[in-house]
Design a protein around this ligand. Structure first.
Ligand SMILES: CC(C)(COP(=O)(O)OP(=O)(O)OC[C@H]1O[C@@H](n2cnc3c(N)ncnc32)[C@H](O)[C@@H]1OP(=O)(O)O)[C@@H](O)C(=O)NCCC(=O)NCCS
Length: 199
């Protein structure tokens, strides 16, 4: 029996084509995303700064006070492609008033107090978009939501992000509402606390 297995395995090795490109192992095409989640306090100053810089590059955050807001997050998600920080995300502790405004403006019936954490700062560097890295970001953060219900906001046209949010159990709630940051409308997404950690 063991001999048969060995024979079949060696046959497979002979017949299977080589996997992946042969050559420089640092080539872009052989990179796989590596996800790391850390509390801000466990990050080096360089890691927090790289996180901040990628968010600033996206241009969808208020620069003033961003470093302090990053330090106040519960968890930061880093996705690396090789040595490049390719994507970010976070479990944030939202300011209660800011959260209440979002729920009010979305005209949802949901009580903001029952959604104590926010999924936010999901950003994929433009060089790495369309490679499912938003999934890597959200998936890595799911265990940190624990049993807490959480919410996210996303711009109306960002259908790529909406797809990822729905994949991980978020559902849109209420109506589109005006962003206080930019001249765009946002959608509110809610995810109920999961006892098994993942939907
Ligand atoms: C929105 C964003 C986070 C998506 O991340 P991403 O890693 O590029 O997206 P993914 O590769 O994970 O794809 C997500 C979905 O969009 C689809 N998609 C990706 N690229 C696509 C393309 N060029 N055309 C059509 N659909 C595409 C994917 O197929 C996937 O759908 P699926 O879940 O049904 O498979 C990223 O593009 C980004 O950072 N954009 C700018 C900032 C932003 O919008 N942040 C969101 C918070 S508002």
């Amino acid at each position: 029996m063991t001999g048969t297995r060995r024979d079949m395995s060696s046959l497979a090795q002979k017949e299977d084509p080589p996997i992946g490109p042969i050559g420089d192992p640092s080539a872009e095409s052989v990179l796989v995303p590596v996800s790391i989640v850390k509390t801000p306090g466990n990050c080096t100053p360089e890691e927090r700064e790289a996180f901040r810089r990628l968010l600033l590059k996206g241009g969808e955050v208020i620069p003033r006070g961003l470093a302090s807001r990053i330090e106040r997050a519960h968890q930061l998600s880093f996705v690396y492609m090789g040595t490049s920080l390719a994507a970010t995300g976070a479990v944030k502790a939202p300011d209660p008033d800011y959260r209440a405004d979002a729920f009010h403006d979305a005209a949802t019936k949901a009580d903001p107090k029952t959604y104590p954490v926010e999924l936010g700062w999901v950003y994929v560097d433009d060089a790495y978009r369309g490679r499912k890295l938003s999934r890597s970001v959200v998936n890595a953060l799911l265990p940190f939501f624990g049993t807490h219900s959480c919410y996210a906001t996303s711009k109306v046209p960002r259908i790529w992000m909406h797809s990822t949010l729905k994949r991980f159990g978020f559902a849109q709630s209420g109506k589109p509402f005006a962003s206080k940051l930019a001249n765009e409308n946002l959608l509110l997404f809610l995810r109920e606390g999961q006892t098994d950690g993942e939907k």
